[in-house]
Ligand binder design. Structure first.
Ligand code: FAD
Length: 383
C-alpha cells in the first residue's frame, strides 16, 4: 500500500510550526543573519510551545514524535530560516545516541530534564584532522578506575557554547571508538569563539577542547568500541531532518522566484511568460517533490524500524544539491536583486551550502549509496 495523505495530527502539527515561523522566525531571520547572535528568545518561545526536543520518548517526558513528524513540521521552520531552525533542532543529533543506545539512568539524567527546562546539548565528533573519515579521530579516553579521562579537540561543534552536555566520540584504544556523555561544566573543558561561517549565522558553531576531563564510566554510551556505530545510527535519524532543512530552502527559493517573476516586467511582458524563466520554476517544483519523497521515505523507514541508511543517504545528498541549485536559480531569476543582501536569494545561497557539507558531505552520501549497490546482486523496484 502506498499512502500519500497526512493524518489530522500531522496537519495540525504542520499548521502549528507554520504559524510559529510566521510569527517568530520570518520577521527576524535577517536580523539574526546580520548579527550572528544565537536566537535564544526564539528558542525559549519554541520550547514553551513544545517545538523543541520532540523526539524525546514519552517515557522521559517528551512527545515521542517519530522522524516523519519531525520532517513535516521542521520543513515549515527551515523554510523561515535554516540558521534559526538549526539552533532549534541541533539537540537532536546528540540526543539520538542516548535515545537509541543509552541506559535508563542516562536517559533519566540527561533527556528527561530537557523536556522540563530549555537545555541544549551538542554532538562532538569532528576534529581538526578528522571529518568525513570519522575513524581518524584522535581524542583519547583513558580508563582510570571508575572514570575515563578525555583529552582532545573537537571542531565545528553546533550549539557547542550553549550546550549543557556533549555526546563525545573518543578512542579508548586503536579502533575502539567509544561514545561518552560529557557534562559541559566538567573541569578541563573550554570552548573557542563562535566561528564566522558563510551562512546559517544564527547557529552557533565552536571548537571544544577537553583537557584531562574526567567522566564516570556510567556516562559511557554502549560498550567500548561501539562508538562509531552509535554515532552513525544517530545520523540515520537526523539525515532526514537535515534533508527537510534543505527542502525548506528549495521551497522558499521557489516561492520567491515565482512571486518575483510574476510581478517583474521585461520587454513588455511578465518575466514568468518566458520559458527560460518558467522552466526553472517547473524544475525546482519537480525536484522539490522528488527530494521530499526521498526524505519522507527515509523518515518512514526509521519510524517503522527498517534499515534506512540507504534512504537517508539518498535523501540527504539529493535534497542538499537541489537546495543549492534552487537558491542559485532564485538569484538568477531576481537578476541584480538576487545579488543584493536586501533580497532573500543571497542568504538562501549562503545558507544552502552547508547542507552539502555537514552530517556527511554529498560525496560521503554517494559512498554510502554505492557501497549498498555493490552489496546488492541486482537493482530492481523496491519500496
Ligand atoms: C557549520 C558546521 C557545523 C558543523 N556541526 C558539527 C557538529 O555539530 N558536530 C560535529 O561533530 N561536526 C560538525 N561539523 C563538521 C562536519 O560534519 C564536517 O565538516 C564534515 O563532515 C566534512 O568533514 P571535513 O570538514 O573534515 O572535510 P574532509 O573530510 O576533509 O573532506 C573534504 C572534502 O573532500 C570530500 N571527501 C572526503 N573524502 C572523500 C572521498 N573518499 N572521496 C571523495 N570525496 C571525499 C568531502 O566530501 C569534502 O567535500 C560541522 C561543520 C560545519 C561547517
Amino acid at each position: 500500500m502506498i499512502e500519500f495523505s497526512l493524518t489530522e495530527e500531522d496537519k495540525s502539527l504542520i499548521e502549528h510550526a507554520r504559524e510559529f515561523t510566521r510569527e517568530f522566525i520570518s520577521p527576524r531571520a535577517v536580523e539574526y543573519d546580520r548579527s550572528g547572535e544565537f536566537p535564544m528568545d526564539i528558542c525559549k518561545e519554541a520550547f514553551r510551545q513544545g517545538l523543541m526536543n520532540f523526539h524525546v520518548p514519552e517515557k522521559y517526558g517528551g512527545k515521542g514524535y517519530g522522524i516523519l513528524k519531525g520532517v513535516l513540521s521542521m520543513e515549515e521552520i527551515f523554510a523561515g530560516c535554516t540558521g534559526i531552525g538549526t539552533a532549534l533542532f541541533a539537540n537532536g543529533l546528540s540526543q539520538f545516541p542516548l535515545i537509541l543506545h543509552g541506559t535508563e539512568e542516562q536517559k533519566k539524567e540527561f533527556l528527561e530534564p530537557m523536556t522540563r527546562k530549555m537545555i541544549f546539548s551538542a554532538y562532538a565528533v569532528t576534529e581538526p584532522d578528522a571529518g568525513s573519515d570519522v575513524n581518524r579521530i584522535s581524542t583519547a579516553a583513558k580508563r582510570d578506575g571508575d572514570d575515563y579521562v578525555i583529552n582532545g579537540t573537537k571542531w565545528w561543534i553546533t550549539g557547542g557554547s550553549v550546550a549543557s552536555w556533549y555526546f563525545v566520540l573518543a578512542r579508548v584504544a586503536e579502533k575502539r571508538h567509544t561514545g561518552f556523555i560529557v557534562p559541559a561544566d566538567s573541569p578541563g573543558i573550554s570552548q573557542g569563539v563562535k566561528e564566522i561561517n558563510l551562512g546559517q549565522h544564527a547557529s552557533n558553531t565552536v571548537r571544544v577542547t577537553f583537557e584531562d576531563v574526567r567522566v564516570p564510566a556510567r556516562y559511557r554510551v554502549g560498550e567500548e568500541g561501539d562508538g562509531f556505530k552509535i554515532a552513525m545510527n544517530a545520523f540515520d535519524m537526523t539525515r532526514p531532518i537535515i534533508a527537510t532543512g534543505a527542502n525548506g530552502i528549495t521551497r522558499t527559493a521557489l516561492n520567491y522566484g515565482l512571486d518575483y517573476s510574476r510581478r517583474r516586467r521585461t520587454f513588455d511582458k511578465r518575466l514568468i511568460s518566458n520559458q527560460g524563466i518558467s522552466f526553472k520554476l517547473a524544475e525546482m517544483a519537480t525536484k522539490l517533490e522528488a527530494a521530499r519523497m526521498l526524505t519522507y521515505k527515509a523518515a518512514w523507514q526509521a519510524d517503522n524500524g527498517q534499515d534506512n541508511t540507504l534512504a537517508s543517504a539518498k535523501a540527504k545528498w539529493f535534497a542538499s544539491d537541489v537546495a543549492m541549485e534552487a537558491a542559485v536559480e532564485c538569484a538568477q531569476i531576481l537578476g541584480g536583486y538576487g545579488f543584493s543582501n536586501e533580497m532573500p536569494a543571497e542568504k538562501l545561497i549562503r545558507d544552502a551550502k552547508i547542507y552539502q557539507i555537514y552530517e556527511g558531505a554529498s560525496e560521503i552520501q554517494k559512498m554510502v549509496i554505492v557501497g549498498k549497490l555493490l552489496r546488492k546482486k541486482e537493482v530492481g523496484v523496491e519500496l
